[in-house]
Design a protein around this ligand. Structure first.
Ligand code: DQA
Length: 145
């Protein structure tokens, strides 16, 4: 089984960026956690991050036929990007949406995402653990058929 992990804008600055909110772990630390979990589940991971909406749209389009599912932290584009939503609608690849913070308890403009209703699940507020929980949930769902 193959799973892609897609990360949106500014997540490359994890560890430096607003650490009181997003924590001290870097994106490389999160990647290492996810890869360790994936190895124990017998799952291959493709990891990527982009600050650019079009690059993320291309990445979603490229999921089709190549991976079984995806774990996605769309970052701010999750609140705004109909292009990303349309890409997920087009490819029909199951995905779990992950946010480090509990977006539902933050500013009003962060409480809604344009992807949530398409997702297998939304995990928000667990910090970096959310990626691991999301991966497990996705793999469980995919293995259940
Ligand atoms: C985030 C939440 C978003 O509102 C924000 O724009 C991010 C990170 C999170 O992981 O908590 O960049 O997706």
């Amino acid at each position: 089984m193959r799973v892609a992990v897609l990360n949106g804008p500014n997540l490359n600055l994890l560890g430096v960026r607003e650490p009181a909110l997003y924590g001290h772990q870097t994106l490389a630390d999160v990647e290492a956690m996810v890869r360790a979990e994936a190895a124990s589940l017998g799952v291959e991971v493709e990891w990527s991050q982009s600050n650019h909406e079009g690059v993320l749209v291309d990445a979603v389009q490229a999921l089709r036929g190549r991976v079984d599912g995806a774990v996605v932290n769309p970052a701010a584009f999750g609140h705004t990007s109909l292009a990303l939503r349309d890409a997920f609608l087009a490819v029909q690849v199951p995905f779990v949406e992950v946010h480090l913070t509990n977006i539902f308890g933050r500013e009003p403009e962060r409480r809604h995402t344009v992807l949530a209703d398409l997702a297998v699940a939304v995990i928000a507020g667990l910090g970096a653990r959310g990626y691991v929980v999301g991966l497990r949930a996705l793999v469980d769902r995919l293995r259940a058929g």
